[in-house]
Design a protein around this ligand. Structure first.
Ligand code: SAH
Length: 352
């Protein structure tokens, strides 16, 4: 059998049909090695050597090391992976006191063109496959050991709901085969209404985060251009449908941009929307990117914006900006790469 897919693209049944001339227990051995132990095929010593060699070429890895950066203390790991076609995507692993989260990419590049986002500035190149997404999670899970990888967030490169089938295929695999609970998997979207409506039909109640960034249509269309197609009222309606269907609390992402979306007027409009949807707000000071000149709100401004929300009974937390010292923020590693292939360990501490 000739295969062009990468190893984590295959379901267990598909691996079984690939091995149909072998004793049945070989499938268990291969599965255990790949999924439970996160081994490379050549390391699965229960399989005979010649079979391992065949499987290595039938089931190639999707992700090739280009750059790995680890912040001091190992709290944040960041990979820039080379793909088979020469493209590159990023994955970030973050350890917190109560959880370990991997931030995965769903596309190489992105078509959504949000001006402040490094990936949006690059444009769209291609969708990732289920196998390429699942492999990011497996690699992070192995690197996290002895800590347990507990959360997966689709907040890396790309718009996950624009690549629905491959992303949902990966979610099923992450839940069913890797054993993460649905609420520990977060779909982060720019607000593609048809995708949110589709999610409401699914069986797995994953968490939903919407990258809102502005609570009035005029400003939101400026920051997140797809808002002209799916304005805030439609988006809110789809979100309400998802919350009702899944029973999950909704969260809004809000990157604070100095003098742009950090005003009291925006806070008031956001609090209204949150009240209606019983949503939580994640405030993120904007990370600087090469193609966007406006800077992030300073910490007193972030705290003020949070206070405006809290005063209106809106739950808002400030997200720690992790890994800026290792270019872990928002597409920076790819944007800053100079064709380097080395493994570098940052000496600086992550910025709080
Ligand atoms: N396309 C999806 C997921 C990828 S981006 C989405 O839009 O949700 C993940 C989050 O990072 C989004 O909330 C996005 O708006 C935010 N983001 C992008 N660039 C940023 C920057 N420069 N600073 C802070 N947050 C940023």
């Amino acid at each position: 059998m000739i295969s062009t897919d990468t190893r984590y693209q295959f379901t267990r049944d598909e691996l079984a049909s690939l091995l149909d001339d072998q004793p049945k227990y070989r499938v268990d051995q291969l599965w255990k090695g790949l999924y439970d132990e996160g081994l490379d095929i050549e390391e699965i010593s229960t399989l005979p050597k010649n079979l391992r060699e065949q499987l290595e070429s039938l089931l190639p890895v999707a992700l090739h090391h280009r750059i790995v950066k680890v912040s001091e203390g190992g709290e944040t790991h960041k990979w820039l992976w080379g793909l088979a076609d020469g493209d590159a995507v990023e994955t970030v692993l973050m350890h917190y006191t109560d959880r370990s989260t991997v931030c995965v990419s769903s596309q190489a590049g992105c078509a959504m063109a949000c001006g402040f986002c490094a990936t949006g500035q690059e444009g769209f190149r291609r969708h990732l496959t289920t196998g390429e997404i699942v492999e990011q999670v497996i690699r992070a899970r192995e690197a996290a050991k002895p800590r347990r990888l507990s959360n997966v967030v689709f907040m890396g490169m790309g718009e996950p709901l624009a690549n629905y089938d491959a992303v949902w295929g990966a979610i099923r695999r992450i839940h069913g085969d890797l054993g993460l609970s649905a609420r520990h998997i977060t779909m982060s979207t720019v607000g593609l209404v048809p995708g949110i409506r589709r999610m409401a039909e699914e069986q797995l109640p994953v968490s939903l985060a919407v990258s809102l960034h502005a609570a009035t249509d005029e400003l939101r269309t400026e920051l997140v251009p797809i808002n002209s197609r799916y304005p805030i009222d439609d988006l809110a309606d789809a979100c309400a449908g998802y919350v009702a269907a899944s029973g999950r609390r909704l969260s809004f992402e809000w990157a604070l941009i100095a003098g742009v979306n950090d005003t009291e007027e925006q806070a008031i409009a956001l609090a209204e929307l949150c009240k209606e949807l019983r949503a939580h707000v994640n405030l993120i000071p904007l990370n600087p990117t090469p193609g966007y000149l406006t800077v992030g709100t300073d910490m007193p401004g972030v705290k003020q914006f949070q206070k405006w929300l809290l005063d209106r009974n809106t739950n808002a937390t400030i997200r720690r900006n992790r890994g800026t010292d290792i270019d872990a923020a928002c597409g920076q590693l790819r944007a800053n790469q100079s064709g380097a292939t080395e493994v570098s360990i940052s000496q600086k501490r992550p910025v709080l």
